[in-house]
Design a protein around this ligand. Sequence first.
Ligand code: NCD
Ligand code: ZN
Length: 347
Amino acid sequence: MVERLTLTKPDDWHLHVRDGELLRRVVPDSARRFARAMIMPNLSPPIITTELARQYRNRILAAVPEDLRFQPLMTLFLTEETAPSEIVKAKVSGFVHAIKWYPSGATTNSESGVRQISRCYPVLQAMEEQGFPLLVHAETTAPDIDVFDREAVFIDRQLAPVIQRFPGLRVVVEHVTTRNGVQFVQDASPMVGATITAHHLILNRNALFDGGLRPHHYCRPVLKRESHRLALVEAATSGHPRFFLGTDSAPHPRRDKESACGCAGIYTAHAAIELYAEVFEQADALDRLEPFASFHGADFYGLPRNIEQITLLKKTWQVAESFAVDEDAVVPLRAGESVAWQLATGR
Ligand code: NCD
Ligand code: ZN
C-alpha cells in the first residue's frame, strides 16, 4: 500500500476565491496545495476587463502566505458587450489567460452572462486569432429542460455549433459532470479539454438528499446519477491528456447555503488534492494522479509544468465543522468527517 506520495505541485484549473475577508481566508488553502489556479471572474460585479482583473489579481497575491508561491491566472467574464479589443488587451497583459462563458442565469453571479452567443462571435473570432482559450459553463438555462439534462442539451445545442464555427478556438468544458460530456470531449479535436471537480468524482446526486436536504452538497452543475460519476472517475483516471483537475471550490457563507433559496457551490480547497488522492486510490490509479493534477492542464494551456513538489501522506485527519469568516462561517466538504490523505507540511 502506498503510504507517501510525492508529486509535482498541481494546478487548479477552476477556482473561486471571492473577495475581501473570505478571499484572505481561502487563498492560503489553495496556495498550500496548488502552484497556480485559474481564477473565476464571477464576482459581483463580474471581472469584465483586464484592468479589473489586474486589481483582483493584486488582492489575491496580497493574500498568499509569505512562504508560498502561488500564481493566480486570471479570466474575464464574457458579456454580450465584451469588445474584441478587450481580448487583445487581455492577451497582451500576460496575466489574463482565458475568457469565461456563463450562460446568463446558469449559476452564481451569472446574470450579466451571455443570452445569445452569436452576439459574441466577433469576440470568439478574436480569441481564435489570438490563441485565447474559452472556458465554458456548459449548462442550458432553458426552463423546459430538466436540471439533470442541462449539460447534455447545452453541449448539443450551444457548444457543438460554436466549436464547429471556430475550430481553432481552444475550449474547456468546465466541471464536466456527465458521461455525455466526457464522450463529447473524447470525440472532439485536441483543442477541446475538460476540468473535473473532486466533488463530482466523489458524490452522486443521492448526496443531495441523504437523510434530508443537504445544501452543502448543492452546486452547479448539480450532482448527477452514479453512472455519470463512474464515467468521470474513468475519464480522470484514464490518463487521457485532455482531462485535468479543476476543483470549482466555491465558498459561500453558511447563511447563503442554509437558506430557503440556497446558493450553489461547494468549498473543497481545504482538502482538494487529498480528496482527489482518495478517488485515484480507490480506482487503483494513484500513479495517474500526477499527470491529471500537475501535467495535463499545463500542457493543454501551453504553460510550463511546475517544478516544486508536494507530498501526501496516507494519514486520516478530521475536517473542521466550519470556519469563521465575515461574522458567519463556511462549511467545507466533509465537515466533521475524515479525509484519508494528508498534505505533508515542511518536507
Ligand atoms: C460557483 C460559484 O458559487 O461561484 N458555484 C457552483 O456551484 N459551482 C459558480 C459555478 O462555477 O457555477
Ligand atoms: Zn465554478
